[in-house]
Write a protein that binds this ligand. Structure first.
Ligand code: NDP
Ligand code: HEM
Length: 490
């Protein structure tokens, strides 16, 4: 043993005398069961994998800071959004959605943009994407949608007709589908993409007033995307391209930054604004609710250990701090439940003790006890029920959120509902946001992806493209060799 090398031990600290040769009966003999080091080594290896995330399995991340430049004290009491200049530590994880943990970073897919801010008032998580909208607007459709992005139950392959079948029957998806098949569907890496909280959240202030809010993170590196051909090629040559890009930049001291902004809507506007502000398939037009710049996020430290700090990171939209609340968004409401539920399954009931998930800047005082892999002191001798007369933690009514105004009769409000305009914003995207080149590439990417779909699915989908814009419908129909009139008539 070299003098300077640390001594190898078992998991319980017993020195290991030989890590190269099993304990055998004779040099050619069988292995003895008493080689407890060998057995521990093999047994631990067999248990090294935990379930991958059911979605967003492939990802990478880093630590950083958020610095507020403009106080939002008029709107929220959250310290993280009122203490100007304070560096709030945070961690970010970026991901693709549909692929397995080893899949290619450059796949055409939305990118997860998950943030955890370790504030003095507890952890605040914003678990968004690189798009401000989503494919469905009711969580009851989420698992069906995700299945279309995953493997076929019979063949274990990923034919694209499954997604086009679903989307053509779920037209609320077309806005996000257009984003996905546009240039921004294949970002180079997290450094070169925007992030969005996507949902409408709410702010409430000391006076009990509520505003609706959307969060935007604009890359200061500029938007950079791969062409469809380059993304495909890199997926084969360097599937971890984007993970390496962020890691390398931070190692070189090139810390990526994002400009952080909000859109704010007075509470009562929601009753009269023509767009349902809680519909996740729609944006709030900038002209109606302009962006207000509030700060900067910088990533400046790579994790020391990927599994411990990124694979075991657990983000959950239910982590909010006083002054930030939810909204009636049907998707958000379900996500408040789904994430903690998923973490309890993937990481175990005490996942909040894993260092990356700990509320490192706020004291944690709960009556939760025990559970598998409890690794802290389990609150020692402190009383474990409430109410009690022994000084246990008590609620603090000063953190009471003002009532969330809700109205309506309990029912299942389906399509067509009060969000009937499915084509207006997609049309804006086609006509106003994309230039000629962007429109051409969107058509090409859609045509390539729809190629394996049965004709009836192609025709049903093209009918939606026609409703977005004649040129879009015509372009896809021509690319797939379909008679334009027939497709439009669907
Ligand atoms: P604006 O003209 O004010 O906004 C258009 C926005 O589109 C830009 O600010 C930019 O958002 C985004 N954008 C620009 N180029 C692309 C591209 N190639 N691919 C995807 N997004 C791009 O108009 P509106 O606010 O009225 O929105 C018009 C349409 O723009 C919407 O219907 C929606 O389809 C799309 N959009 C709107 C966003 C919003 O929050 N209002 C955000 C993103 C897209 P950013 O600065 O966030 O990159
Ligand atoms: C991950 C559920 C919609 C962004 C996950 C995970 C689940 C889930 C179960 C895996 C969590 C884990 O094991 O760690 C849902 C449900 C949704 C929904 C039920 C709809 C009702 C959305 C939307 C967005 C989003 C709309 C973005 C706006 C993410 C991100 C991750 C994720 C970024 C990865 C977080 C990480 O990096 O660990 N989602 N999701 N999801 N989801 Fe969703």
């Amino acid at each position: 043993m070299a003098d300077s090398a640390p001594r190898l031990t078992t998991a319980f600290g017993n020195p290991v005398s030989d890590n190269q040769n099993s304990l055998t009966a004779g040099s050619r003999g069988p292995v003895l069961m008493q080689d407890y080091h060998l057995i521990e080594k093999m047994a631990h290896f067999n248990r090294e994998r935990i379930p991958e995330r059911v979605v967003h399995a492939k990802g990478y991340g880093a630590y950083g800071t958020f610095r507020l430049t403009k106080s939002l004290a008029d709107y929220t009491r959250a310290k993280v959004l009122t203490e100007v200049g304070k560096a709030v530590p945070m961690v970010a994880r970026f991901s693709t959605v549909g692929g397995e943990s080893g899949s290619a970073d450059t796949a055409r897919d939305p990118r997860g943009f998950a943030l955890k801010f370790y504030t003095d008032e507890g952890n605040w998580d914003l678990v968004g994407n690189n798009t401000p909208i989503f494919f469905v607007r009711d969580a009851i459709k989420f698992s069906d949608f995700i299945r279309t992005q995953k493997r076929d139950p019979r063949t274990h392959l990923k034919p694209h007709w499954r997604r086009w079948d679903f989307w053509s029957l779920s037209p609320e998806a077309i806005h996000q589908v257009m984003f996905l098949y546009s240039d921004r569907g294949t970002p180079k890496s997290a450094r070169f993409m925007n992030g969005y909280g996507s949902h409408t959240f709410s702010f409430w202030n000391e006076r009990g007033e509520r505003h609706w809010v959307k969060f935007h993170f604009h890359t200061k590196q500029g938007i950079e995307n791969f062409s469809a051909a380059d993304a495909d090629e890199i997926a084969g040559k360097d599937p971890d391209y984007s993970s390496a890009d962020l890691h390398g930049a931070i190692e070189r001291g090139e810390f990526p930054k994002w400009r952080v902004s909000v859109q704010l809507m007075p509470e009562l506007d929601a009753d009269t604004y023509p767009i349902n502000p809680f519909d996740l398939t729609k944006v709030w037009p900038h002209a109606d609710y302009p962006l207000i710049e509030i700060g900067e996020m910088e990533l400046n430290r790579n994790p020391e250990n990927y599994f411990a700090e990124i694979e075991q990171s657990a983000f959950e939209p239910s982590n909010v701090v006083p002054g930030i609340g939810f909204s009636p968004d049907k998707m958000l409401q379900n996500r408040i439940l789904s994430y903690a539920d998923a973490h309890r399954y993937r990481l175990g009931v005490n996942y909040h003790q894993i260092p990356v998930n700990q509320a490192r800047n706020a004291q944690v005082q709960t009556y939760h006890r025990d559970g598998a892999m409890r690794t802290d002191g389990n609150h020692g001798a402190q009383v474990d029920y409430e109410p009690n007369s022994f000084g246990g933690p008590v609620q603090d009514p000063s953190f009471q959120e003002p009532p969330l105004r809700l109205k309506g009769d309990a029912a299942r409000y389906g399509w067509p509902g009060d969000d009937a305009d499915l084509y207006g914003q997609p049309r804006e995207f086609w006509t106003k946001v994309l230039d000629d080149g962007g429109r051409k590439r969107l058509v090409e990417n859609v045509v390539t992806s729809m190629g394996d779909s049965p004709r009836h699915i192609q025709e049903r989908m093209i009918a939606h493209w026609y409703k977005v814009h004649q040129d879009f419908g015509r372009g896809v129909a021509a690319g797939l060799g379909i008679e334009p009139a027939k497709a439009a008539a669907e």
